[in-house]
Design a protein around this ligand. Structure first.
Ligand SMILES: [Zn+2]
Length: 211
């Protein structure tokens, strides 16, 4: 495990462009079973493993706090953390709020402990909602970090744009193919009004994609 860890640390110290296929696979081997990763395509997984970095935290430190604006998702590489949420139905510790208290010094309670290979903070990749929990390190902890920018680039909105562009190119190829078939049909069968309509429709379709 020690050598594997060092390989991951070494890979994450390199810039994305410096990372070799081996570097990327060293990281991927560790994260591929994390639930967040399992639902991604292999290309998306590798793209994120190419850009992921490592952050280190001392024991008894907050990685983030309730109410923080977040733009990162974390996977624990070494160490452990507790997930702490505000104790429900406690009054505002500063006597300011009556309905919804956002004070940083609200009493918190631990709901769960997370160890190596667990991920947290996923919501920040897709939403501007403030953090709903505080993450507190139980010991010296290293986390792999994915930023929202990289997530959007390889998995989110931008990625969907790339896929859609690819789809448009495929549709164009199909339209050209159908236009050819349509022309053949016109020659093979008696030219009827419906057939002519089909060919012209396909042509107009093709011109849209050619534009
Ligand atoms: Zn308050």
């Amino acid at each position: 495990m020690g050598t594997r860890l060092n390989a991951i640390r070494e890979a994450c110290r390199l810039t994305p462009d410096e990372r070799s296929e081996d570097n990327i696979n060293d990281v991927l081997e560790f994260v591929r079973d994390v639930k967040f990763f399992a639902k991604l395509t292999n290309l998306q997984q590798k793209s994120l493993c190419k850009t992921m970095t490592i952050e280190s935290f001392d024991p008894r430190q907050n990685i983030f706090e309730v109410g923080d604006v977040g733009d990162k998702y974390y996977i624990i590489l070494t160490g452990s953390v507790s997930v702490q949420v505000p104790v429900p139905n406690t009054p505002c510790p500063n006597g300011i709020h009556t309905v919804r208290c956002d004070c940083k010094n609200r009493p918190l309670e631990t709901t769960v402990f997370l160890a190596k290979g667990s991920g947290f903070g996923e919501l920040a990749l897709q939403s501007d909602q403030p953090r709903s929990a505080t993450i507190f390190t139980g010991e010296k902890t290293e986390v792999l970090v994915i930023t929202r920018d990289d997530y959007e680039m390889y998995v989110g909105a931008l990625w969907e744009g790339v896929v859609r562009h690819g789809l448009a190119v495929s549709l164009h190829k199909i339209a050209v193919f159908l236009a050819d078939v349509g022309s053949m049909g016109q020659q093979l069968f008696l030219p009827g009004s419906s057939n002519t309509w089909k060919v012209s429709r396909i042509r107009s379709c093709t011109s849209v994609f050619n534009a």
